[in-house]
Design a protein around this ligand. Structure first.
Ligand code: 8YV
Length: 332
């Protein structure tokens, strides 16, 4: 890739000031977040000249790429790349970079916190106190369920799945089942070797007290948590989704909760985000919804932005080999 010394960069999600300064020191930079109505016109106006994009959480479609004929790379501030037209990028020779690794532990923390909060009814009981309804000792009707010592089934044993398994197995003495296209070799499992079991999905669904998705969204995982999958889960089990909303048939989940087959669901991601006001999942008493906060800590979002800036500068300088170029489905 031969690019002018100072390339045209379009920043479509706010960057930390020090990372924006790094880009401005070497390139011509336009900042315009199309999710903000007042900035959408500036974003569209900058597309025709843009040689590089950096940002996240906005659908970069094939049609949009047609409006950016100079585009040579996209640096996503994310590990997931399901909102990018991978085939269209490849056919145009546009390099896609992402930010694996830096968000692994934070996202695993979030997912385990969601599991704990869902099982122990933390938010529901905090509201009881806040709303002045704590009038006597908590009775059985408000008890939650233990997490320690139970069985967790992890769908997707990539970086985040393994970080989650470490929390479950090493921190909470849980039995850890996982399904993956292939078993993870012991040398990659490290401390988890001998502490996790690779099983078929059917066994995972039937045996787990907590079924947790950390699957990437692909054509093969889309809607994989459907009515059949929920019915295969253990009665009284809890479903946790920390990956992508697209893997869940949300109507089927609501039915599984309404029937009492599933005890509860903790969801950090949804088919449509922000979650529509008329979604049954927003107010369902057995659902604990979060607004996609998996990696949303100051420290981690800064690390992601810094890595995405590194990636962009490496590729524009002709050092593609130093960047986290997306070439296969990310191990979340
Ligand atoms: C962020 C994520 O929500 O990295 C991902 O794939 O889903 C999250 O870390 C998002 O990408 C914003 O940066």
């Amino acid at each position: 890739m031969t690019l002018s010394a100072r390339s045209q960069i379009l920043v479509f999600r706010e960057l930390p000031v020090d990372q924006l300064a790094r880009l401005e020191a070497e390139h011509e930079v336009t900042v315009a977040n199309p999710r903000i109505p007042e900035q959408r016109e500036a974003f569209m106006a900058a597309l025709p000249q843009a040689q590089a994009l950096i940002g996240s959480s906005y659908p970069i479609t094939a049609d949009l790429l047609d409006m950016a004929p100079q585009l040579r790379m996209v640096s996503s501030i994310s590990v997931g790349v399901d909102n990018y037209p991978l085939a269209a990028l490849a056919s145009r020779g546009i390099t896609l970079c992402h930010t694996p690794g830096v968000l692994t532990e934070t996202t695993a923390d979030t997912i385990f916190a969601l599991l704990m909060a869902t099982s122990r009814r933390i938010v529901e009981l905090a509201m009881l106190v806040r709303e002045g309804r704590w009038e006597r000792n908590i009775g059985e009707a408000l008890f939650g369920h233990d997490v320690h010592g139970k069985t967790i089934g992890i769908m997707g044993m990539g970086r985040i799945g393994q970080a989650l398994a470490r929390r479950a197995a090493l921190g909470f003495g849980m039995t850890v089942l996982y399904d993956n296209p292939t078993a993870v070799p012991d040398e990659q499992l490290g401390l988890l070797a001998g502490k996790v079991r690779h099983v078929p999905r059917g066994d995972l669904l039937a045996q787990a007290d907590f079924v947790v998705s950390v699957l990437p969204l692909t054509d093969s995982t889309r809607n994989c948590m459907n009515a059949q999958a929920f019915a295969a889960m253990k009665p009284g089990a809890i479903f946790i989704n920390g990956s992508r909303g697209g893997i869940v048939d949300e109507a089927a989940l609501v039915n599984a909760l309404d029937s009492g087959h599933l005890r509860a669901a903790g969801l950090d991601v949804f088919q449509q985000e922000p979650l529509p006001l008329d979604s049954a999942l927003r107010t369902h008493p057995q659902v604990l919804p979060l607004p996609h906060i998996g990696s949303a800590t100051h420290e981690t979002r800064y690390a992601m932005a810094r890595l995405a800036t590194d990636n962009l500068l490496h590729v524009l300088a002709g050092n593609r080999q130093k960047a986290c170029v997306f070439v296969t489905q990310p191990e979340l």
